[in-house]
Ligand binder design. Structure first.
Ligand code: ZN
Length: 319
């Protein structure tokens, strides 16, 4: 299957610490890069893990809290210094538009590339971006300011042609694309071979959802049913539910309960608070509710490697 990966650049909350950078991550598919959030210091992490901004056309910002967006203007400024010429799309909450535009006009007015700002302002899950790799939907979240999660759903691919049929029916190379797109094939002597005989179904599509910062959004359980991978706000530990409620965040155990209800393939916990020091205990408690769980960490890459009727195969390694 085509590689579909998520790499964590930062998974700490509030401010940078020696343990964690503030929020940012890269979704990648077949060389195309998509950034979600851009906290302070993100561009240094981006370089450290050997990403190149020429392969990135789209940046998604969840909300206008500093730990999710203070790195954006610096990144755009560096793109300009690098003489980037590819356009970039910025998907941002509508309340961030005015201040971001002012920053761009002040700091990046000399850029050789166009910056397209797409303000998000929706009350329910809404498709905001579509290209050859993904459909991306914004999901309104419950936080102290307008905030959106992002669901990446792979586009349905073509059917697979059976290698043995190419020889058997002497299918010319130029016909293969249309057969993979679903057309029947007519042999030289006029016999029509139905597409189902020549091909196997396309790969099952894979999905990833980023949900931070937020309370657990139980109203999305049906919408996200069977999602392959969830990244979820886990700012607080079990026992601090009242703080999570007060500041519109989640505990790791609440995130686990949510992932369980969604029947998710795997849960990736993130947006850690520095108040706890170590996340191991958090993980242990949350895993009692949903065992298919792991902790985000800078440099961690999570790949949705395979997808079968029984669910996804998810593998992880460090960059
Ligand atoms: Zn926030």
């Amino acid at each position: 299957m085509i590689p579909f990966e998520i790499t964590i650049l930062g998974c700490g909350s509030a401010k940078p610490t020696l343990r964690h950078h503030t929020s940012s991550q890269i979704v990648s598919r077949q060389g195309a890069l998509y950034m979600i959030d851009c906290g302070e210091g993100t561009q240094r992490q981006f370089i450290k893990y050997k990403f190149r901004h020429g392969q990135m056309r789209n940046i998604f910002i969840s909300h206008a809290h500093g730990d999710h967006c203070l790195g954006l203007i610096g990144l755009l400024s560096s793109m300009s210094l690098d003489k980037r010429f590819y356009d970039i799309n910025l998907y941002i909450p509508a309340d961030f538009e005015q201040i971001l535009k002012a920053q761009i006009e002040f700091f990046v007015h000399h850029a050789d590339f166009d910056i397209h700002i797409h303000p998000i302002d929706c009350q329910e899950p809404t498709l905001i971006h579509s290209d050859e790799h993904f459909e991306v939907s914004a999901l309104p979240l419950e936080h102290r300011v307008p905030c959106y999660g992002f669901l990446f759903r792979e586009k349905q691919g073509n059917r697979h042609i059976k290698a043995e049929c190419i020889d058997q029916y002497s299918i010319p190379r130029k016909e293969i694309q249309s057969i993979q797109e679903g057309l029947d094939f007519t042999t030289a002597n006029g016999r029509v071979i139905p597409n189902e005989e020549l091909t196997t179904p396309p790969d099952l599509t894979r999905s990833y959802v980023y949900l931070s910062d937020t309370r657990p959004m139980m109203e999305y359980v049906d919408f996200l049913q069977g999602v392959d991978l969830i990244y979820h706000d886990a700012t607080y530990c079990e026992g601090d539910e009242s703080l999570a409620c007060q500041y519109d965040h989640s505990t790791a155990s609440e995130a686990a309960e949510f992932a369980k209800k969604c029947n998710a393939g795997k849960l990736l916990l993130g947006h850690f608070s520095s108040r706890y020091g170590d996340e191991a205990w958090t993980l242990k408690r949350a895993a009692m509710r949903f065992p298919r769980i792991m902790l985000a960490d800078e440099g961690l890459t999570v790949e949705i490697a395979e997808k079968t009727e029984n669910g996804p195969l998810i593998i992880e390694w460090r960059k």
